[in-house]
Structure formats: C-alpha cells, structure tokens
Design a protein around this ligand. Structure first.
Ligand code: BYC
Length: 307
C-alpha cells in the first residue's frame, strides 16, 4: 500500500533524510521554519547595528578592517537565510514587513547598547560564541536549505568568535583602565548572552515539537549549559570573572551550576521594551526606506533584460 505524504515525511525525518523545498511537509513544519529562519535572518541584519557603531572608532587599521569584514559577513548570513526561508514560499518583502511592523522577532541580544570598544570583544566572544553553540547543531537540521546555509555561516562565526576573544585578551594584558573596560564589558554582556538561548525548556512553547521534527537538535537549556561550561573555563585565560557569584563546578553533574536568570528582563526585551529596541527598529526602517531607489533600479534593470 502506498504511503501517505505525511508518512513519507515522517519516515524521512526518522531516517535523517533532509526535507527539500518541493517535498510535502506539514503546514506547521513550514510555518515553524519560516518563523525561525526569518527571525534568524533578521537577527543577523539587526545584529550589524551595534557593531556598526564602532567601525569609525576602531583603535587601529587592523581592528577596523577586521570589524568591517565581520559586519559584512553578517549581511551575507542574513541574505543566505532570507533565501533559505524564501524556498518555503514566503517572500523576502513579506518577511521584512513583519520585522518592521513588530510581528517578527530578532535576537534579544541586539537590544543592548555598545558603549565601549571592549564591547566589540565581548560580542565576538560571548554573542558569536552563543550563536555558534546554537548554530553548529543547526547544520544537521532537518530542512535542507537551512542546514546547508548554516555550514558556511558557522565557519565565519568561528572567526568572529576568535577575533572577539583576541580583542579581550589584548585588553586584559593592557593598562589598568583597559582591564577595567574588559571586565565591565563582560559584566554587561554575560547575562544577556546566557538569555540568547531562549526561555527555559519548561517555558518554551516550540521546543518539544521542533525536537520531534529535528529542526532543533538540542533544547534551549542543554545548549545554555554547554555555553556556560565553556565560558567558565575561557574567562580564566583572560584573568577576568563572570558576574555570577553562584557559578560553581558541580562534580556530580560534571557541569557548572549557575545563578538564576532574570526572565522578567528577557520577556520585557523580546516584547519590545529593551534599552535599544526602538532605536534598532527605527534604524532598520530608515535604511530600508533610503534603499528604495536601489530596489527600483534593480527591478528596472531586471525588466529591461527580460524584454
Ligand atoms: N531573542 O519556544 P522558544 C548572530 C522567542 S545572530 C528573541 O524557545 P524556538 C550574530 C521565540 O522566537 C544569531 N526572541 O522558540 C549576528 C518565540 O517567540 P515566537 C541568532 C526569542 O524558536 C550579528 C518565544 O521566544 N540566532 O549570531 O523554539 C552579530 C519562545 O521561544 C529568543 C538564531 O536566530 C531570543 N534570544 O527557540 C553577532 C538561531 N529566544 O517566535 C552575532 C536560530 C526565544 O513564538 N533560532 N525567543 O514569537 C533558534 O535556534 C531558535 O529560534 C531559538 C528559540 C533557540 C532562538
């Protein structure tokens, strides 16, 4: 007896065969992917803003060139991801509209301000570090175009993470003022980075189903724990500390215990009330409006060639 489309889909997921754009898939699977991939794309694009703030103020030509390359990589990641989401039948215009009217989210982390040069280091080390932890398993996500986009993104994120750590390492070996700047930046970015993994598993509405569909390969709390374990060791190389008095190696669990997360802050930031939410969205909308002439010119050029 022939299998139903749903049985074919389930058996592909079970056997680790990637789902491709033309394959039948449940509507909810499609919607979940469009939601997650488009929010991921928006995060890359909005994520250019906090770092863009420091391109003109980088302390040397080498630092400036590296930061420009990193920010350009993020634009590229956004484009691969919008393209991956478009294969599911939602246009980039629609996705961007949802970002601008507040329907679609982007990562909470980009609603915090970048107030010192050390923040470029902390973003690379902690924010890109958290991103890699979450994104490496996404290279094995069940939807083909998303998984393939993640491979290149992860390679680039790894360079981002290292350049960030190197900025902090240099500051940590510098003057008293530089060491202070380094510690202050770690203090401000630590908890927002821990929150990047999303709500705890018992408060996460999407995790259970996304794990069944193999969109997510680890839960939010599993990835968060891996991140804490790695950072708790790496911070020692900087001679700095993480701002958590409850951070402690647990022999029994073979993991670091850590203090409570301020979930009130997390939910407030993702509902639009973080320190920079308004500034970030205004900047995106302004850039989009000012780019209208480029879209018109590109469309006119494409039309001419079609004729
Ligand atoms: N921020 O049930 P949950 C980068 C939302 S950028 C905001 O756990 P899910 C970089 C969640 O969307 C890389 N919202 O959901 C760029 C959901 O709301 P909706 C960013 C968050 O989807 C520039 C609700 O909370 N990485 O690397 O199963 C410079 C319930 O959550 C957040 C990605 O986007 C958050 N932190 O799991 C430097 C990775 N967390 O949609 C670096 C791809 C949760 O129902 N995304 N929410 O309104 C994912 O892996 C998953 O979507 C998440 C959330 C783990 C983030």
């Amino acid at each position: 007896m022939a299998l139903t489309p749903e049985q074919v889909f389930d058996s592909k997921v079970d056997q680790e065969i990637r789902i491709e754009p033309r394959d039948w898939m449940p509507d909810k699977y499609r919607q979940t992917l469009v939601r997650q991939i488009s929010q991921h794309a928006h995060s890359e694009i909005v994520g250019m803003l906090p770092e863009g703030n420091w391109i003109t103020r980088a302390p040397s030509l080498r630092r400036k060139a590296t930061l420009i390359a990193k920010v350009q990589d993020e634009a590229g990641h956004g484009l691969y991801l919008y393209s991956a989401a478009e294969t599911l039948g939602t246009s980039r215009t629609e996705m961007i509209e949802q970002l601008h009217n507040g329907k679609a989210k982007y990562s909470s982390i980009f609603n915090y301000p970048t107030i010192s040069w050390a923040d470029m280091g902390a973003i690379g080390w902690l924010v890109d570090g958290a991103a890699i932890m979450n994104q490496v398993p996404l290279c094995r996500t069940s939807y083909g175009p998303y998984a393939r986009a993640m491979v290149r993104i992860c390679k680039e994120e790894s360079f981002h993470q290292r350049q960030g750590f190197e900025i902090l390492l240099t500051l940590s070996r510098g003057t008293e003022a530089q060491r202070h700047m380094c510690q202050d930046s770690i203090n401000r970015w630590w908890w927002p980075s821990v929150m990047m993994f999303g709500p705890s598993d018992d408060a996460s509405p999407h995790t259970a189903q996304s794990m069944k569909w193999k969109i997510k390969r680890f839960t939010n709390d599993e990835l968060r724990q891996k991140f804490v374990d790695i950072c708790a060791e790496q911070v020692k190389l900087l001679g700095m500390t993480l701002p958590d008095p409850l951070l402690n190696w647990n022999e029994v669990r073979q993991h670091y215990d850590f203090g409570p997360i301020n979930w009130e802050e997390f939910w407030s930031v993702i509902s639009g009330n973080g320190p920079c939410n308004k500034e970030r969205l205004d900047a995106r909308v302004k850039a989009h409006e000012e780019g209208e002439w480029v879209r018109q010119a590109a469309n006119a050029y494409a039309k001419k060639h079609r004729q």
